[in-house]
Design a protein around this ligand. Sequence first.
Ligand code: ATP
Length: 891
Amino acid sequence: MWFSKKSEDIIVELSTNPVEGLSSSEVERRKAQYGLNKLEGKKGKTLIQLFFAQLNDILIYVLIAAALISGFLGEISDAIIIGIVILINAIVGIVQESKAEKALDALKQLSTPKTIVKRDGQLVEIPSEEVVPGDIIVIDAGRYIPCDIRLFETANLKVEESALTGESVPVDKDAEMVLDAPDTALGDQKNMAFSSTLATYGRGVGIAVATGMNTEIGKIAKMLNEDEDSKTPLQIKLAELGKTLSIGAIIICAVMFLVGFLQKRNLLDMFMSSISLAVAAIPEGLPAIVTIVLAMGVQRMIKQNAIIRKLPAVETLGSVNIICSDKTGTLTQNKMTVTKFYCNKELKTIDDLNIENSSEKLLIENLVLCNDATFSETSRTGDPTEIALVEAGIKFNLFKDELEASHKRVNEIPFDSDRKLMSTVNTYDNKFIVMTKGALDNMLTICTKIYENGQVIPLTQEMKNTILDESYKMSDDALRVLGAAFKETPNTNVEISTLENDLIFIGMIGMIDPPRLEVKDSISLCKNSGIKTIMITGDHKNTAFAIAKELEIAEDISQVMSGQELDKLNDEELSEKVKHLRVFARVSPEHKVKIVKAFKSHGNIVSMTGDGVNDAPSLKAADIGVAMGITGTDVAKGASDMILTDDNFSTIVSAIKEGRNIFNNIKKSVIFLLSCNLGEIIALFFAILLGWATPLKPIHILWVNLITDTLPALSLGVDPGDPDIMKNKPRSPKDSIFKNSVGSLIFNGLLIGLLTLAAFIVGIKIHTGSTSLFPLYPSNLTEDALIYARTMAFIVLSVSQLIHSLNMRSEDKSIFSLGLFTNKFLIGSIVLGILIQDLIITIPFLANIFNVINLTGTDWLVVTVLSLIPLIANEIIKIFKRMSNSKKEIA
Ligand code: ATP
């Protein structure tokens, strides 16, 4: 019962040191003793379990039944081939699934929260998993509590404990409290913070008392099965499509069987053909391919600094047409430098500051003391705005640690982006002085006096107007302006209402935060691809507009709206106005939800960035919530669909580009698979319907299906991105994946099917020397002729499909302009596929099993010409497409 012990006793019990923290060697020892600080998840499946899971499929049952029947009837080679097909299918399935799973696991790892701990006397940020009992942990607003912690210092700390207690209203924590009732409920243990709960306000420091499965949440083991399995809209749609196609395929096969029966064909042959065709035609590999292409795309995105937290986001990304972005740190570098200051009625550059002047000195002292950044020679942590202020102090030999030692902080009200202010109470000799800093407009409303050259005099409205005018000069130059004020207070009371009023204005400073260099290009790229960029900032209207203009987000100040103006509009009015707006300034996180909704009301697909605790609602409201990886709080990350590990706007644009490419690649794989399946159906169905001999044996179909459904389809899924993808407008999420592709799918399916039949006819003609047009009726044919012709059909079906995969790489660009070898995996799959086919017909043992024979050079010539026809036909069609596209462009 940690809550009933004094923190001093716990320090002794856990052999730790609140000032220095644990030493590295001690941490290693404790890691070995307690293990990682994480909850044990579900155990992974064994290989055998995975294997049997693959077999648990109705199609596989049918195949197994078919293999058994063939075996019983003495068709041993058929049985073996079907067995091999089942085996390879299962292996491919396992490999694909575990690859997808690994990729998703890696993603989870990347987005695990971090914790600030004190170790070897230094504050360091470590993955929460590495926390050990005895660690001294610093908690700030927006962080997940990494383990169970006995607090020994709290400053207005509030924690939301719904994960543990179900209570969603944050509770106040108080380190001073010692409870002795042994049965105090978790929710009442105010001096404790529990693993998996969330700090929403204030600060605290405590000792890790329990980690991993020993924590309260670990005991409940509540989160163990929380693995959510989110399917993307496309995956769901494709699964439905798969079902419809399966029913269609089964009907066709039943009809085929019936026709065969009426034609008095060999029933076993017909049965096997129908089953093989059904198995081949049902796109059972489709969901796996989609998942793996998505997962691999997501892996590529990680390399470009975007972590996708929810798979459906990948698809939505491709449709984004509005990016709402925070300014500070995302569009700008977040490297702030104080350049100007205003004090004693004068606006000067910072280098001209006279530290001997009492007002000017107090200005800097205020900004350094009312400041949470930590600063040492080796490391700087904290808000860049505050780091810049500490740096400004150093210029004038006012060091934060020295100042804090002589003017101890006795209380504080943290900064939040609604008030846009921060206050501390510091001791000056025997006095308590409130130091407040923050947004100038908010600051002036709570100041009644001004400190000029050592004198406190009343602050008139006229003086306020002059100060505001001076501040505009700074904000018009894109400077962020921060005001400073102080007052004496009789006690250390922390009520905002009593501390942050009736203050004495000291002065203000202006700091520059240059735009990120690469952002301008990304914004213009967005413009060309139908994506609007919207800047959202807590900064002043003028500062925001100056930067927006530089980045070419806005041209005119009428495109900027402030939070105040926004407050005056109702939802409809905002929705009307929003079309013309590009910048929202002086907004609080609450405004962001309104902004997202207003944009969404026009059917836009909106992405919104955020970092703070209060940004979570807007991140959830957006179609794509984007959290900052560096400056973002755990709350914002938890609510987001995507995390930027570099906080950079350009990364959002790269992710959108990648999202578009991933969708296109999935489309290529899907259309390819379906056109190949259609080809197989057509070849067999036509032949049967016309009463011809069957051009392919069941095992041929199964085999070709195996060769094309796996490597080539996957290789299309990793096709290099189309460099021109950002020239297109965003895809409407309502558009079907088949948009503009049904024609090509049917055409190519027909072509492949007819070419296979053609190969069969040519084969029979060459072998029999027949002059009749269709010498194809079974009664006329010898077994040798059939084997020969089927070999031709078998090879043409497989090779034409393999070659056809090249057509899928672009809807209108020639494969030669794309570069034949730019997708090496695809070329590799094609070559491998052809090689395997060649081996099957040349190695007598295999040829025997497959019931095929070796082909002569002339045969290969015929086969090659036939197999190249889909490529030639599609290249010609693409020429016409390009011509009509360029006509459209001219028009
Ligand atoms: P953006 O929304 O562009 O990312 P931001 O998130 O930095 O900007 P806020 O943090 O809400 O915006 O800051 C708004 C205003 O609050 C700033 O213009 C500044 O005047 C003031 N401010 C920012 N940081 C602090 C701080 N640490 N202490 C006091 N005031 C601050």
